[in-house]
Design a protein around this ligand. Structure first.
Ligand code: MG
Length: 455
């Protein structure tokens, strides 16, 4: 947090009257659509310069017709003619495609803030491009920090980029830390913090028996009780891997060791996270479980914008509940903790194995209870390999295990990422490890008898 807060000056100087220019990566997904809903409420405050959506070309064309950006991005080059055909007559923005197209959009000179809301590890490339180009990043792709927290910190330090967390829990922490007020006064926003408490809804399977979980279907797992989100994050919410990834994300954002990060299950999803201070005081952020609230906070930062939503109706809620996570039925939380503590690529492997396992579960090729099994086996295999690799003991760890100390300014740029070339090499190395872990996860998935003997 300290390193980001100390560089928030640019974000703090957001023009009161002028319009902030934006690029939205992942504009057709759940976060992207919510962001556009907020932007519709404030047409005078923002100028949408670029929209990128991977697959939903029809929706992307409709968004483009409404917001008229100068640039559009799609993942597949072959979608360009169709997208052009769907645009209104006389409107011909530059259309970029593929990984390079996304990277270019994230780093456009005319863009001040990039919202990175793609799903999964693939989002890292564009997030890194935005960080290297010194943008204000409204980060909704948690995988970027899980995979490459150290690289991104180094890039931000070098370029002056800042990261504002869109993820509701991290946004709540950011708000509780007064969102830069301390920085404006030259203070340390993290001073006196003893721990962060991330809340978890528990997902659709909280309280279910092992027997139920063994045969749980994708439809059941996608039926989230409080949040409406994309499929991948909803399954991650059901396994609690989402909270595991968020622990790693928080560790990088706020420079805290895993031992200072806790999770409590809070079924109502009204308290989005808490900060505990050394005097025992806890500050919490309350809000409806709707991503428009944290999105509006990031888009308007440091000013508050209407999100279009009222606050929670507390008397109607009546009671709020808090419980410890069930480590036995939801082992992903502990796997994520262990991966970040081990470092040396373990978070990359954790994420890759999980993405493959979730896709296999959604395709009915893997039992729900086998998702953590696939992740654990991939992590064990990786641990064996790095233990046996001579000379790698001090090799790149992409930012984990986290050595940040509470109240201390953390080391921003590890030596191995001394320049942009070093950072890019580290990102390439991350994706090589990611590909290897995915291949191995597939082998493990194939070897597991579906629905017969899950973990
Ligand atoms: Mg979250």
């Amino acid at each position: 947090m300290v390193d980001y807060i100390s560089r928030l000056d640019r974000a703090l100087e957001a023009p009161e009257g002028g319009a902030r220019s934006l690029a939205l990566l992942g504009s057709t997904g759940s976060i992207g659509r919510s962001a556009l809903e907020v932007l519709r409420l404030h047409p005078e405050k923002f100028r949408v310069r670029a929209l990128a959506g991977a697959r939903n070309i029809t929706l992307l064309a409709a968004q483009a017709a409404e917001f008229r950006p100068e640039y559009l991005g799609v993942m597949a080059e072959e979608d360009i003619p169709r997208l052009r055909g769907l645009l209104p007559a006389g409107f011909s923005p530059v259309i970029l495609s593929g990984r390079e197209g996304y990277e270019r959009i994230a780093s456009l000179a005319e863009v001040e803030m990039a919202l990175t809301a793609q799903t999964g590890a693939a989002g890292l490339r564009a997030t890194y491009a935005a960080a290297a180009a010194g943008k204000i990043i409204a980060l909704a792709n948690k995988e970027s920090l899980v995979l490459a927290g150290g690289v991104l910190r180094a890039a931000c330090a070098r370029s002056g980029a800042v990261i504002l967390p869109v993820d509701s829990e991290h946004n709540a922490v950011f708000q509780c830390l007064a969102g830069g007020i301390a920085a404006r006064r030259g203070g340390n926003a993290q001073a006196g913090v003893s721990r962060l408490i991330l809340t978890a809804s528990g997902g659709p399977f909280w309280g279910k028996t092992r027997k139920f979980l063994r045969t749980a279907s994708p439809e059941q797992a996608l039926d989230h009780p409080t949040w409406s989100m994309g499929a991948k994050v909803t399954i991650d919410s059901a396994t609690l891997m989402n909270k595991g990834l968020e622990l790693i994300e928080a560790s990088h954002l706020y420079g805290l060791p895993m031992s200072a990060l806790e999770v409590v299950v809070h079924r109502e999803s009204v308290v989005h996270s808490l900060v505990e201070f050394c005097d025992g005081a806890q500050l919490a952020q309350f809000g409806r479980p709707d991503m428009r609230v944290p999105i509006a906070y990031c888009l308007g930062f440091p000013h508050r914008l209407s999100s279009g939503l009222p606050g929670p109706d507390l008397p109607a809620l009546g009671a709020l509940t808090f419980a410890r996570p069930d480590a036995e039925n939801f082992p992903c939380l502990a796997l994520a903790r262990r991966a970040q503590e081990r470092g040396r690529g373990c978070p990359v492997v954790l994420n890759a194995a999980n993405e493959e396992a979730v896709a296999a579960f959604l395709a009915r090729r893997l039992a729900f209870t086998s998702i953590p099994l696939v992740v654990e086996r991939c992590l064990d295999e990786h641990s064996r390999r790095i233990a046996g690799e001579a000379g790698r003991k001090d090799g790149p760890d992409f930012g984990g295990p986290d050595a940040g100390r509470i109240g201390a300014v953390r080391q921003d740029a590890p030596d191995q990422y001394a320049d942009a070339a070093g950072e890019r090499a580290a990102v390439d190395e991350i994706f090589a490890l990611d590909a290897r872990a995915r291949a191995q996860a597939q082998e493990i998935i194939e070897s597991l008898p579906f629905n017969s003997k899950p973990a």
